[in-house]
Design a binder for this molecule. Structure first.
Ligand code: SAH
Length: 340
């Protein structure tokens, strides 16, 4: 085991303290952040404005190791790129999605996921471990280094439940949004969660501009059948919170599965449930896969569902998942194999 500290784990304030403790000049944190996060230079010998002695010392103290790219799959239809990355002995996935005028990267927060939603492949793995902040940040850095593309948007919708890895996710947001470094806009970062109220409150308090997407997915009385974690983290508490805190406008995600949650009855209940909340509704036709027997909805069913929701006050969008041909779409991330 190397005792080196992974550089991508440090927030700016942590880096300042750590450098000082190790006898480096005070101003050096700025140089370091600039080399790493704006020039994407990870070889300390190339940090030309830092003295040779200090460059040597940096190399001794810090690890600059990114998650290793094991495999890249590209969807020929929409150019979605799925990266299989190695973190320690485990493998995780991140996806780079091409939009009209920008790129979005979908990142993972855990190896596997403990929630075991009945329709999601990642859930079948169970939780192997949390990713460190450095491993979360490393996903974007690895993609930038490989593709020369810096995404504009980041969505925490890959493997894992972000709010069950709260500390590291919070730290990663701080690192991603550092103005001197990667400089992502808060509003272009979306955290997708099943909804864990105390953590959600903390997230909103610290980062009020970050976008929050709640995976609602089913009306409350039937949600536990689809998402066993509903028992522990009831959705009604989340809905009540947003009803009472109208200054914040979350997105509610609703994956549409044929014969499960897509009937007109469901649409009417969903309409009533959300009409008192200021929110956006994001409908996601289910991405079919070989693991589960669930089927997606037809265009006709989708339109019927939308037309009912249109009677309410909230904006509705439909997410047409990309990367389906390479198992890179929502709920399809599981790693190719798992080196236990
Ligand atoms: N654990 C987090 C983030 C990962 S899932 C969460 O629950 O939000 C990201 C989104 O993909 C969720 O809204 C989830 O419901 C959706 N999803 C999972 N499997 C899917 C599938 N097969 N088709 C479409 N959406 C899916």
């Amino acid at each position: 085991m190397s005792s080196k500290r992974l550089i991508f784990n440090f927030t700016e304030s942590e880096l300042i303290v750590f450098l000082e403790e190790n006898g480096f000049p005070k101003y050096m944190y700025k140089q370091l952040i600039k080399w790493i996060y704006t020039k994407y230079e990870l070889n300390p010998y190339k940090f030309s404005d830092i003295s040779k002695v200090n460059r040597e010392k940096l190399k001794e103290i810090f690890s600059f190791q990114l998650p290793k790219i094991v495999k890249i799959s590209i969807d020929p239809e929409d150019e979605t790129k799925k990266y299989l990355l190695k973190v320690g002995k485990h493998e995780i996935e991140t996806v780079l999605i091409k939009e009209k005028d920008h790129y979005t990267q979908c990142i993972s927060t855990q190896v596997g996921c403990p929630l075991r939603c009945k329709f999601c492949i990642t859930g079948t793995m169970g939780l192997k471990r949390n990713l460190s902040a450095g491993e979360i940040v490393g996903q974007v850095m690895a993609v930038i280094k490989e593709s020369d593309i810096k995404p504009r948007n980041l969505v925490y919708m890959g493997m894992g439940e972000p709010l069950l890895n709260y500390e590291n996710v919070m730290r990663s947001i701080e690192i991603y949004t550092n103005r001197k470094g990667l400089d992502f806009a808060f509003r272009k970062i979306t955290i997708s969660t099943i909804g864990i109220l105390d953590k959600l409150k903390g997230l909103i308090k610290k980062f009020p501009k970050v976008t929050i997407a709640i995976s609602l997915n089913q009306i409350p009385e039937e949600r536990e059948d689809l998402m066993p974690a509903e028992k522990k983290y009831p959705i009604l508490k989340i809905l009540k919170y947003f009803e009472e805190n109208k200054y914040f406008r979350p997105t509610f995600e609703y994956v549409l599965i044929k014969n499960i949650n897509s009937s007109e009855k469901h649409a009417h209940k969903l309409l009533r449930l959300l009409e008192k909340i200021r929110c956006k509704i994001n409908l996601i036709p289910y991405n079919e896969n070989k693991i589960f027997p669930y089927e997606s909805v037809s265009e006709e069913e989708l339109n019927k569902f939308i037309n009912i929701l249109y009677k309410g006050p909230n904006a509705i969008t439909v997410r047409r998942s990309k990367g389906k041909n390479i198992q890179a779409a929502c709920g399809q991330l599981a790693g190719e194999k798992d080196a236990e």
